[in-house]
Design a protein around this ligand. Structure first.
Ligand code: NAD
Length: 418
């Protein structure tokens, strides 16, 4: 059985702390989330019965600022996963030097089996249950798997009803008409594209001659696919929970994107086009491509399949898609992995912009958002790449080193209360 995301995160923390001689007192603090909240969420379902869902909000660290992290709706949500994702958020915010700590939330549910009314009621009740610990200067949620701008709008409205004013800055990833930032919806996928292009540039590879496979065709995967295709890359495979599509000559992305606008639950199932075959998710991971982008869920590249992965570059759109075992197998094979805390940090960077805009009630145009995002991500990428060369280590270790140094310094400078 695969290790939990939290166990993997702690394993990486331990390994990197050792490599950089991190003060054991600092490591001890960072190995335990600051606060873990479990809530029961009763919802009156459409047929009149009451279903009680379990939800979580974990704040891993507030050392560098208010906690920040998404909310996930999925049948597999559990406390260990939320703790792991919250830990990664602390490090991700530090990698791109945002004044935030890390948090994450989730509800164990199957959103595809729920009506919109049930989802809205569940979201509003969950919001009220976590309200004692969230807040625009304490912990600011955002979207993650199976949550979207509409979900964020419900959270914003619920908090606003309790506070008696419109609290734009309580949540990010909102719809643009409700204080959402231009470019936020595309930001994580854009960051994945930027990380991929930077990697190709460092290795002197031409995007026009680069083939890409992407697992997960939701917010992150579909936008990364579209933006990479715009840069000239050939997207030869994409997949979602229903399976994958493959065309060695390059997929017709526009027709796929159009198809999922109206398909059931916006899924790929049922798409047909001459020359395009269907493949499984497992087959997609093992395709002979230059770039593999896992952009679905954690623990996809494991000790079992890593030796068969052929991609030279793995850009982690998802959080925790590669297990520790797989990491070392891939490294031995010479693959370069752009780690999640860098590759998918575009979302939290533009979430930060949205929060700043909400507080100031002064909104930027999309050009300003995208150029600031590119500046922040390119700087982070360059410093991680340089450190990995200097320390002769991989990009994940280098990214963790930079993040741990920043969080560790903040902790040392603040001291331990009381
Ligand atoms: P999403 O819900 O929009 O899309 C998830 C995609 O993964 C869907 O296409 C879904 O069908 C697919 N999927 C689900 N289970 C699968 C399985 N078992 N096998 C293959 N595909 C499967 O979610 P998202 O926001 O795109 O998030 C994807 C990943 O990126 C997650 O790991 C998330 O934590 C991470 N992430 C998201 C953001 C963001 O801003 N949305 C930011 C940083 C990281």
């Amino acid at each position: 059985m695969s290790k939990s995301l939290f166990e993997t995160a702690i394993e990486t923390l331990d390994r990197v702390a050792k490599m950089m001689n991190l003060d054991p007192n600092i490591l001890a603090v960072l190995k335990e989330p600051e606060r873990e909240l479990k809530v029961a969420i009763p919802v009156m379902m459409d047929d009149g019965h009451i279903e009680v869902f379990t939800g979580y909000r974990v704040q891993h660290s507030s050392v560098r600022g208010p906690c920040k992290g998404g909310i996930r709706y999925h049948p597999d949500v559990n406390l260990d996963e939320v703790k792991g994702l919250a830990t990664l958020m602390t490090l991700k915010c530090a990698v791109v030097n945002l004044p935030y700590g890390g948090a994450k939330g989730g509800i164990k549910c199957d959103p595809f089996k729920m009506s919109k009314r049930e989802l809205e009621n569940m979201t509003r009740r969950y919001t009220v249950m976590i309200m004692p610990i969230i807040g625009s200067r304490r912990d600011i949620p955002a979207p993650d798997v199976n949550t979207n701008p509409e979900t964020m709008g419900w959270i914003m409205d619920t908090v606003s009803m309790f506070e008696g004013r419109t609290v734009l800055e309580i949540v990010t990833g909102k719809p643009p008409d409700l204080g959402g930032s231009c470019g936020r919806f595309e930001a994580t996928g854009r960051g994945v594209m930027l990380s991929t292009i930077q990697t190709l540039k460092k290795k002197r590879c031409d995007p026009e001659k680069t083939t890409v496979a992407i697992q997960g065709f939701g917010n992150v995967g579909s936008i990364a696919a579209k933006l990479l295709a715009e840069k000239g890359c050939k997207i030869i495979a994409v997949s979602d929970v229903t399976g994958g599509l493959y065309n060695p000559k390059g997929l017709d992305l526009n027709s796929i994107l159009k198809y999922i606008e109206t398909s059931e639950n916006h899924l790929l199932k049922g798409y047909h086009k001459k020359g395009t075959e269907t493949i499984s998710n497992e087959e997609l991971l093992l395709l002979d491509v230059d770039v593999l982008i896992p952009a679905a869920l954690e623990n996809q590249i494991t000790g079992k399949n890593a030796s068969k992965v052929k991609a030279k570059f793995i850009v982690e759109g998802a959080n925790g898609p590669t297990t520790t075992k797989a990491d070392s197998i891939l490294e031995e094979k010479g693959a370069i992995i752009v780690p999640d805390i860098l590759a998918n940090s575009g979302g939290v960077v533009v979430s930060y912009f949205e929060w700043v805009q909400g507080i100031q009630c002064f909104f930027w145009d999309v050009g300003q958002v995208n150029s600031n995002l590119e500046k922040i991500m390119t700087n982070a990428f360059d410093s991680i790449w340089a450190l990995s060369e200097k320390e002769k280590t991989n990009l994940r270790n280098a990214a963790f080193m930079i993040a741990l140094k920043r969080v560790g310094n903040a902790l040392r400078e603040r001291g331990i209360f009381p």
